[in-house]
Design a protein around this ligand. Structure first.
Ligand SMILES: NC(=O)C1=CN([C@@H]2O[C@H](COP(=O)(O)OP(=O)(O)OC[C@H]3O[C@@H](n4cnc5c(N)ncnc54)[C@H](OP(=O)(O)O)[C@@H]3O)[C@@H](O)[C@H]2O)C=CC1
Ligand SMILES: O=C1OC[C@@H](O)[C@H](O)[C@H]1O
Length: 350
């Protein structure tokens, strides 16, 4: 069994824990909150054995093997370092940290302590994502020339204040932009050049950011994220001999289609070819019909939790499907995007 501890009692921890209950070999051991009352309530709702006031108290518990961190973005780095220092493996919600310098510090500490660390890019472990990655790697659509990826929804401070507060590292880029950015990164790797534009809120975070990634091999990608409205929420990967579309919700995908040249009659201008659509239903299968979850597709956290268990069993300090180098590379790209769009947080130096 893997003894899990979770930091915070917020919206996503609820969903993660519901999925953990369905993950083989997961033991819901401890929860910590800023207040004892919230920790107690969460523990009794979900059946945790220990409930702690303060994150440090949970981290001091020797029985905890791995900690799932789901605090606001601004605290991830401190939380991760505290856990690693105490000898705990860590799964941190996205983004791992709020700039490249912090991300580097977290990765260095994990390596120093020989402990597992991963940014919670749960999308990576869905069967659909894995199938798309394999199709691209196997050359099903030929050399990739472009990726367009978007994720956006209408949000207001009333929905969740943290999304709009600079002191919590709010903004669309970190909250949702990281999903399309990581889809692009999975397919094309790290871009050589990035150009970005944004719409800013009165509170000083980005409510919408669009960025273009350019690659030395001639490929290009476009990333869109928004709190101002529902974007297409689709991934389109175009290769020289076909294309792949991943349907919404692309952060928790269950469906993709692949269109390839069927034969000599393929007409590129008509975009017709042989299209195969593949759906891998979640369990429970339907979006919006998973009782108790706050977010669509959260049943799919099982895949991420299983990947973490696989890593721990094999004594890996990182998972090959969401490697630390990729997290760091994207943190560096996001530093550039933030500089270009003027997204500054209180701790940023001039
Ligand atoms: N993978 C996914 O699908 C999703 C991932 N996320 C990620 O999860 C993380 C948390 O998001 P979410 O659950 O929506 O956030 P919430 O605002 O719902 O919860 C955050 C929790 O962090 C704790 N916290 C500690 N310090 C503060 C502070 N100063 N202000 C507010 N809360 C604080 C609180 O728990 P307590 O009081 O118990 O200590 C709070 O409940 C983020 O990294 C986010 O990007 C979010 C949604 C979906
Ligand atoms: O990761 C996330 O996915 C769903 C969004 O609603 C949420 O704000 C974000 O943190």
């Amino acid at each position: 069994m893997v003894r899990w501890g979770v930091l915070s009692t917020g919206s996503i921890v609820n969903d993660f824990v519901l999925a953990l209950k369905r993950t083989p070999d997961a033991e819901l051991y401890a929860v910590a909150s800023r207040t004892q009352a919230a920790a107690d309530e969460f523990a009794s709702k979900h059946g945790f054995q220990r409930a702690y006031e303060g994150y440090a108290a949970l981290v001091a518990d020797e029985q905890v093997e791995i900690v799932y961190i789901a605090t606001p973005h601004a605290f991830h780095c401190d939380n991760i370092l505290m856990c690693l220092e105490a000898g705990k493996h860590v799964l941190s919600e996205k983004p791992m940290a709020v700039n490249a310098q912090q991300t580097e510090a977290c990765i260095a500490k994990a390596k120093e302590k020989n402990l597992f660390l991963m940014e919670g890019m749960w999308t990576r472990f869905f069967p659909t994502t894995r199938a798309v990655r394999k199709a691209v790697t196997d050359g099903a659509i030929g050399k990739v020339i472009s990726v367009t990826a978007s994720l956006g929804f209408k949000s207001e401070p009333e929905f969740n204040e943290r999304l709009f507060l600079p002191e919590l590292a709010g903004g669309a880029l970190f909250d949702v932009g990281i999903y399309p950015a990581m889809w692009i990164s999975m397919v094309l790797g790290t871009p050589q050049k990035v150009t970005a534009q944004a719409v800013m809120t009165a509170s000083g975070v980005d409510s919408q950011t669009f960025a273009t990634f350019e690659y030395d091999n001639g490929a290009m990608a476009h990333m869109q994220c928004s709190f101002n409205g529902c974007l297409q929420n689709e991934i389109v990967i175009v290769g020289e001999t076909g294309f792949i579309k991943v349907s919404a919700p692309t952060q928790a995908p269950d469906t993709y289609s692949i269109t390839t040249r069927q034969d000599e009659k393929f007409d590129p201008l008509l975009q017709r070819g042989k299209t195969v659509t593949v759906t891998t239903p979640l369990d429970p299968p339907h979006y919006g019909e998973a009782p108790g979850y706050n977010f669509v597709g959260s049943q799919g956290f099982v895949y991420e939790a299983m990947a973490v268990h696989e890593a721990l069993k094999n004594k890996w300090i990182e998972h090959p499907e969401m490697p630390l180098a990729e997290t760091l590379a994207m943190a560096k790209i996001f530093d550039q995007v933030r500089a270009q769009i003027g997204l500054r947080y209180p701790w940023d130096k001039d």
